[in-house]
Design a protein around this ligand. Structure first.
Ligand SMILES: *[C@@H]1O[C@H](CO)[C@@H](O)[C@H](O)[C@H]1NC(C)=O
Ligand SMILES: *[C@@H]1O[C@H](CO)[C@@H](O)[C@H](O)[C@H]1NC(C)=O
Ligand SMILES: *[C@@H]1O[C@H](CO)[C@@H](O)[C@H](O)[C@H]1NC(C)=O
Ligand SMILES: *[C@@H]1O[C@H](CO)[C@@H](O)[C@H](O)[C@H]1NC(C)=O
Length: 280
């Protein structure tokens, strides 16, 4: 029981903090970056953050303007970088308390290179879906000094219901906290953390201390698609659709999937929560 209470507190602290940030900052849209365009790269200088877009192959990175340290670096691996696709399968309505489904991603396409750029920060990106000439529109906004909004939409005539993007992890010590109420651990590095509502799973006592039925240890009735990395930044998915933060599939990236044909995310990039609150 004590364990459960401790974990509840652990997830509540970062959660309350980020919530208060989201609400206290209001919406200060339209902070226009100073832009510099080179043949292979576009740089957007916001007050404290620099966004670097590599044109070909496409790549998104965010740096601290002062220290030049990378905050977010999109993976350059085509399996892990920005992409979209189609999941096909069946939802099994066995019992309303849990999500049961069988299926798989049957088609996947990745971002290739920048096709066009419109100031201040709208990017149209080509994809490997050359059959439909599908593109991705990426719009970046800086609602407050240490916040960056990244909105990605898929433009294609076909069907699509997944968009995902992987960010490189610095090393094995980077941890991910938050995610709402979870019962397995405070640090979710190495787990595939889904954000949808289910009942909790049941333990089997001494019979098998690790087994949780019916759906493993990550079921929760209070998920939140929001995390704080031990490196000090936070990521939040701004959508009501199911999302997954996966650092299990590959150990060198945090792979974030949205179960929709768009991907809307906020990066909280202050060094510490205190900096974000006082300077925003
Ligand atoms: C953010 O940018 C402003 C303006 O350049 C600067 O005065 C301030 O020190 C920066 N804050 C941090 C934490 O780097
Ligand atoms: C910080 O931003 C300014 C423009 O506001 C730019 O001239 C400078 O190069 C940037 N520094 C880094 C390290 O990106
Ligand atoms: C995709 O683009 C190519 C070259 O511009 C064009 O020939 C083809 O008809 C396009 N296909 C579709 C489905 O729009
Ligand atoms: C991992 O990266 C962090 C942040 O850059 C650094 O402080 C730490 O020393 C690194 N740890 C190891 C084991 O490399």
């Amino acid at each position: 029981m004590a364990g459960v209470r401790l974990r509840s507190l652990l997830f509540l602290a970062p959660l309350l903090l980020l919530c208060s940030l989201s609400f206290s900052q209001g919406h200060r849209h339209g902070v226009k970056p100073i832009t510099e365009e080179y043949y292979d790269r576009i740089l957007l200088y916001y007050t404290n953050l620099t966004v670097a877009i590599d044109k070909s192959p496409w790549r998104l990175q965010v740096f601290d303007n002062k220290t030049e340290a990378a905050i977010l670096s999109e993976s350059t691996d085509i399996d892990k970088k920005l992409g979209f696709g189609l999941w096909e399968g069946e939802y099994l309505n066995l019992y309303e308390g849990y999500l049961f489904r069988v299926g798989d991603v049957t088609r996947w396409y990745h971002a290739t290179s920048l096709l066009s750029y419109q100031k201040p920060a709208t990017f149209v990106v080509g994809t490997s879906d050359t059959e439909n000439n599908a593109t991705l529109t990426v719009v970046i906004d800086n609602p407050s000094q240490f916040k960056l909004s990244i909105k990605i939409n898929v433009n294609h005539p076909g069907k699509g219901n997944r968009v995902a993007m992987g960010f490189n992890l610095v090393n094995k010590t980077e941890g991910f906290y938050g995610f709402g109420e979870r019962f397995n651990d405070a640090n979710q590095r190495g787990h595939r953390v889904g954000h949808w509502l289910e009942e909790g799973s049941f333990g089997l006592g001494n019979w098998d201390k690790d087994l949780r039925v019916p759906k493993g240890e990550l079921c929760t009735y209070a998920p939140m698609p929001l995390t704080i990395s031990s490196r000090g930044y936070g990521l939040q998915m701004d959508m009501y659709h199911r999302t997954v933060f996966d650092s299990k599939r590959w150990d060198d990236v945090m792979y974030i999937e949205a179960e929709a044909d768009f991907f809307h995310m906020t990066l909280f990039a202050g060094k510490t929560p205190r900096v974000r609150v006082t300077l925003s």
